[in-house]
Structures are given as structure tokens and as C-alpha cells.
Design a protein around this ligand. Sequence first.
Ligand code: GDP
Length: 360
Amino acid sequence: ETYHSNENVEYFLDETKALCLTANFEPVVSILYKLKNKDSTFFIGRGKIEEIKKIILENEIEAVVIDDEVDPHFFRFLSEFWNVELIDKSSLIISIFAKRASTKQGKLQVELARLNYLLSQTSGWGKILSRLGGGIGTRGPGETKKEIDKRTLSLKISRLKNEIKLIEKRNKIIKKKRNISNFPNISLVGYTNAGKSTLMNVLTNSTVLVRDQLFSTLDTKTAIIKFNDDTKVFLTDTVGFIRKLPHRLIEAFKATLSQISESNFLLHVVDASKPIEIIKQDIKSVNEVLKEINSNDIPSILVFNKIDKCTNLTNVHELAELYKPYCFISAITGYGIDKLLEKIKYFLYPNRIIIKIFLP
Ligand code: GDP
């Protein structure tokens, strides 16, 4: 269940549903409530809370998802009053991240995010938190009384941070080696599900997991693009961004995101098949995260992907004009890929004449 003040509520509701499905949390019965006053302690009035309780009872609803951050006390009040498993945006995303993490660094970062979340919730109630480790709908490792003890948590957090720092150091050494080889670094950034992994596959013939699910990419993956004159660039696929990515999650994933800040160039991938207002919001969300990690000054191309599915080409063209440089592609059909490669190459090696580019 979600509530929003936004005009594109239906669309966002779909997105939240998609997040729930990604977290193996189904079936989703959706009930929509508009958020009246974001600053008030209670998002919704007493009447609405009681109305929802009735719906919960009538439909035997087991869990309620709130598509936002919730104050711990209000969180506790709601979950007690409704007598359901209550899931907020952070816990939903953490449980998805937990499922997706594949590298050691990714796993440690998820654990850090989870512990930070637990710590922030110690003033509230932690019933749902036990699920975070294993994802919603499955039994997680379980939160013990000991775990919610603040001191134990803080200790664990600082240990984890140290461990992550060590990995970062190691990664820096690896990167230094890369820099010695003098290949430029390009990062793919973009809203989740925009098609970054698909584009990565097309550009590099690698086998990055492509799924029509949110957050299929948690850890960064790097591959090489080779041009016909043997110039090479490193291309890195990064974690998908999402609307209102909770701040503490940005903190926890700084190590992953730092990869972006060290790039020479960004390919900002946009799903052009979405309604124009949503495209604008997606671009904005991504730019906000880029700013958070001091990467908003890195040169970038806005890559409008899924052109094959785009029903609104004139409007998208108009929008694109506001965001030069841009290019239109379809990672699925291959449309525009040559032009994109040309642009990348021109940006990185402006003095070289490009005769022909081939896909590796
Ligand atoms: P990511 O989260 O940004 O890495 O997105 P993915 O690469 O995993 O793609 C998300 C979904 O969009 C997948 O189902 C892809 O098959 C689909 N997709 C990606 N590019 C295109 C495209 O150019 N056209 C169409 N129609 N679908 C695409």
C-alpha cells in the first residue's frame, strides 16, 4: 500500500509493486492513499488509518508496504494498530539488495545498510527487521535481542566499516594498475530498469545479468569496449538508482558508487518508453544521487534507450534537446549503438578520425 502526493501516482504504485515482486513479496493487493502533508508526524489521518485497518481485516492482509521513510515511533504505532508486518522503503530496498549482492563488498555493504537501519529503528519496533536478511516472504537469519542491543550494533557497524575500507583500499590498488594501462573509464548510470545491463551486454558482449526486475545490478561490473583501431575503454555497470533512494542507503553504498566518481565519462541511460513526466523525474533522481557522490560535474551523454518501445518520440526529442549531448538507442534492436560508440570515441579521443567502428 502506498500513498503519494504525486500526480503520477498510478505509475509509482506500479513501481512499488515491481519492487515488492522483486522482493518475492506477492500477491500484492494495492490500495492507494494520497499523502496530504509530508511534514506532519502522521502521514495520514486517524480516519484513514482505521479505514485501512478494516481493509486489512477484510482481505486478511499480512503486510503493508509504505513507499516512504517512516518515523520509528509512527512505524511502531501503525504496525501495532494494524497488526501487520510493516515494510518501509528502506527495508524493502535492503531486502532486495540482500538478495542481489554477489561480491564480498556488495554483501558487506548490504549488511552495513541493514545494521544501520536496525540502529535507526531501535527507538521503534523491530518485528519486521528479522526478515531483512533473507528477504521478505522468507525467514531471515532472525534478529535476536542481542542484535538490537545498540552497543552490539555499533560495534558490528564499526567492524564492518573497517572491513569495507580494506576492500576499498584493495580496489584502489587494482584501479591504479588500470590507470597505468591508461584506459579511460566510463560508467553506466541510470534509473533502475533503464536498460544499463542490456546496453553493457551489447557494448561488450559480456554476460551481465539482464532481468526485467528492479535492481538486477547491485555490484558494479567492469568490462572492456574495444574499438577497431585497438583503443580500449573500461565500461562499468553500476547500481540502479531509484526514486527517493533512502539517504542511509546512499551512505552504505558509497563504496560502490565511488566507482562512478572516478570515471572520466558517464553514460546516463534513460528509459524513453516511460511517460515524459516520469522520464524527467528519473533523470532528476539520478542527477540527485550523482550530486550526493560529487559526480555531477563528470561529462556525460544522456542515452535515451528503448526507442523501439517509445510511443512519444516527438516529446522525447523535445526533452532531449534540453539535455545535450544525448543520443537515441535501442539496446534490444541495436538501433543507434554505432552512433553512441562514435560519440563515446569522439569524446575520449577527439583528435582521431573514426572510419569504422565494430562491435566486439
Ligand atoms: P538495468 O536495471 O538498467 O540494468 O536494466 P536492464 O538492462 O536489466 O533492462 C531492464 C529491462 O528492460 C529488461 O527486461 C530488458 O530486456 C529491457 N530493455 C533493455 N533495453 C531495452 C530496449 O532497448 N528496448 C526494449 N523494448 N526493452 C529493453
